[in-house]
Design a binder for this molecule. Structure first.
Ligand SMILES: Nc1nc2c(ncn2[C@@H]2O[C@H](COP(=O)(O)OP(=O)(O)OP(=O)(O)O)[C@@H](O)[C@H]2O)c(=O)[nH]1
Ligand SMILES: [Mg+2]
Ligand SMILES: [Zn+2]
Length: 303
């Protein structure tokens, strides 16, 4: 006699795994176990987190040319917000969201600045965090990547060359554009030109008037302002004096704009090793103006 037994079928698990997962940034379909999106190379962890917790994180861009200070600014911002329990507090979601803060703070603690961000999107640090604000009962889910300046410049000069940057900027709720205060003060026009290109790119990115970038907040942050006291005192006057083109574009195309100044170093020196290029090193860490631009942009973003 044969005994009848009940054998549960596990095939539903296969169905779950074979269902495609849309990338959170570019919406391309990916397999369940993909680590990076096959189309734009954004980490699929963002999509898995958003799906499993039924969340729709908002996104803020921190952009600017190479060596303007994006990695230092973002790493410092994350570190300050994760430590201060007051009105604005950040909780990282997923271990990968802590890497940027960790590498920046480790470098600064050794009196060094962090390494240049690689150009390959699958090597960028993405921060997914939960922002708690004292005056807001519901926390804000936020995604902020640290992208390479050279890749941003390439996409601005040759649209569609970096799918991830284009798709991300189309969806962003707002942007912080970093501009090098030291270079502007020295009279270099390159920063003004690059920022004008970036502003033009953003203003032409989305056609639908309701979603246009002219409705989104754009904060212009003069970085390295620790080396430029005038800029720290009055960033708007500094913009009018040293970056006329960009200031005009902001006035004409971005009604929600504001100028800020930020810096992380109390004093800097140059380290010279024979046979190697001179490198700027921070002697003291004295962050100023880091949280203000971020707090300003949050005021425009709904949960
Ligand atoms: N004085 C001063 N120098 C800074 C500050 N932030 C950055 N720097 C200098 O600017 C350099 C570049 O900073 P990063 O944060 O790596 O620049 P980035 O915009 O991330 O550059 P990419 O990764 O190439 O896009 C550093 O190595 C420092 O020399 C700052 O707050 N103050
Ligand atoms: Mg960088
Ligand atoms: Zn993608």
């Amino acid at each position: 006699m044969t005994k009848g037994i009940t054998q549960p079928l596990d095939s539903y698990r296969l169905a779950e795994i074979s269902a495609p997962v849309p990338c959170y940034i570019c919406e391309s379909s990916n397999t369940h176990n993909a680590e990076f999106c096959h189309d734009c190379a954004a980490p699929m962890a963002l999509a898995h987190q958003a799906r499993s917790q039924k969340l729709h994180p908002r996104m803020i861009a921190t952009i600017g040319p190479s060596a303007v200070g994006k990695t230092v600014y973002l790493g410092m911002l994350m570190d300050m917000l994760s430590r201060q329990p007051d009105r604005l507090h950040l909780l990282a979601r997923g271990a990968f969201s802590i890497t940027l803060q960790q590498t920046t703070v480790a470098a600064l603690a050794r009196c060094r600045f962090p390494q240049k961000t690689p150009n390959e999107p699958d090597r960028w640090n993405w921060v997914h965090s939960q922002i708690h604000r004292r005056d807001q009962p519901i926390p804000l889910e936020l995604i902020m990547p640290d992208m390479a300046g050279e890749a941003i410049l390439e996409e601005v000069d040759h649209p569609h060359s970096y799918r991830v940057i284009r798709a991300f900027l189309e969806k962003c709720a707002g942007a912080l554009i970093l501009v090098d205060a030291i270079k502007l003060k020295e009279g270099s026009l390159e920063q003004d030109f690059f920022t004008m290109k970036l502003l033009t790119y953003l203003s032409e990115l989305v056609e639908a008037p309701r979603n246009a970038w002219s409705n989104r907040p754009v904060g212009i942050v003069f970085s390295k302002a620790d080396q430029c006291e005038g800029c720290m005192r009055d960033p708007t006057a500094f913009a009018e004096k040293h970056a006329k083109g960009m200031t005009r574009q902001c006035l004409e195309r971005f009604p929600k704009h504001k100028f800020f100044a930020a810096g992380v170093a109390g004093a800097c020196a140059f380290r010279e090793i024979p046979g190697e290029p001179r490198v700027r090193v921070p002697l003291r860490i004295e962050p100023r103006g880091i949280v203000e631009p971020f707090e300003w942009i949050l005021d425009y973003i709904d949960v």
